[in-house]
Ligand binder design. Structure first.
Ligand SMILES: NC(=O)c1ccc[n+]([C@@H]2O[C@H](COP(=O)([O-])OP(=O)(O)OC[C@H]3O[C@@H](n4cnc5c(N)ncnc54)[C@H](OP(=O)(O)O)[C@@H]3O)[C@@H](O)[C@H]2O)c1
Length: 274
């Protein structure tokens, strides 16, 4: 496993395990399999409704807490200062933990204009040592700039949709300039067309690897954190088996050229669902 050092000094595995759309019961099995396969970073959220299942797998694994990196997120309807403090406690309760490593704002939901207050509550949790790091998801440059102007603690990362068809180059450049990591959600394009792309398939064949492994290498070599999800045991192993090969700069260029700004999820500026 490779690790990155976040802007507050905290080390984070560059590859983690996502559990969106995994029911609570199944999350226990999937996370148990992931932990056995060597993942130590797990990405959940209040809205995934599987924090309890994730927490069960963590407890049953017997892995020392300090060897794990657990992320959860404050959902849109819980935004606002007091709500966020309450939501954090409720997430900890469901997870069965006394802290998480990383707490994120799930979406800025700009229509409600509460993300600054939400972030200020997260700063309080951070300053009190109740969370190891704080960050955001789905923030456009303008939302980040607002945090820079009105808050004190820089987010350690911005978790956004990112894969070869949505490379997010402008946002990546902006985040790099401000020492903020980009973390890719749907790093495998949700198992979609990216994995069937001829360019990716040819590179995979050349390395004796799968398209998913090539896409994950592309993320890692771009200095991006990635959190692929799978409930399939063989794929859970496949997706972490990416530290024994490297793409050439020519192969990286070829994949970079696939960017076509094709999104699976919502545009952050338009997402206001609560
Ligand atoms: N912050 C946000 O707003 C946000 C939004 C979306 C996601 N996320 C986070 O990011 C994580 C990952 O994103 P995601 O779940 O949307 O998509 P993803 O990881 O890109 O893809 C998951 C899909 O790909 C399939 N898959 C996994 N490994 C594969 C492989 N090696 N070969 C072929 N297919 C494979 C999975 O199928 P099986 O499971 O059936 O194996 C599943 O259908 C989420 O779980 C969540 O933690 C965050």
């Amino acid at each position: 496993m490779d690790f990155v050092t976040l802007n507050n000094g905290l080390k984070m595995p560059q590859l983690g395990f996502g559990v969106w759309q995994v029911e609570d019961e199944k999350a226990t099995d999937a996370v148990a399999k992931a932990l056995k396969s060597g993942y130590t970073s797990i990405d959940t959220a209040m809205i995934y409704k599987n924090e309890k299942g994730v927490g069960r797998a963590i407890k049953e694994s017997g892995i020392p807490r300090e060897d794990l990196f657990i992320t959860t997120k404050v959902w849109n309807s819980d935004q606002g200062y007091d709500n966020t403090l309450r939501a954090y406690d409720e997430s900890l309760e469901r997870l069965g933990l006394d802290y998480v490593d990383l707490y994120l704002i799930h979406w800025p939901t700009p229509k409600y204009d509460q993300y600054v207050d939400t972030y200020k509550a997260m700063e309080k949790l951070y300053k009190e040592g109740r969370v190891k790091a704080i960050g955001v998801c789905n923030f456009d440059i303008e939302h980040l700039e607002r945090l820079f102007a009105e808050c004190e603690v820089k987010p350690v990362l911005n978790q956004v949709e990112c894969h070869p068809y949505l490379a997010q180059n402008a946002l990546k450049d902006f985040c790099a300039k401000h020492d903020i990591f980009v973390e890719a959600w749907s790093p495998l394009d949700q198992g979609g067309d990216v994995l069937k792309d001829d360019v990716i398939k040819a590179i995979a064949e050349a390395h004796g690897k799968t398209p998913a492994q090539v896409v994950l290498r592309w993320h890692l070599q771009n200095n991006t954190i990635a959190i692929p999800k799978s409930v399939t045991p063989s794929r859970i192993e496949e997706n972490i088996n990416v530290f024994d090969f490297a793409l050439t700069s020519d192969e990286m260029d070829k994949i970079n050229q696939l960017d076509c700004n094709r999104r699976k999820g919502s545009k952050p500026s338009e997402m206001n669902v609560r």
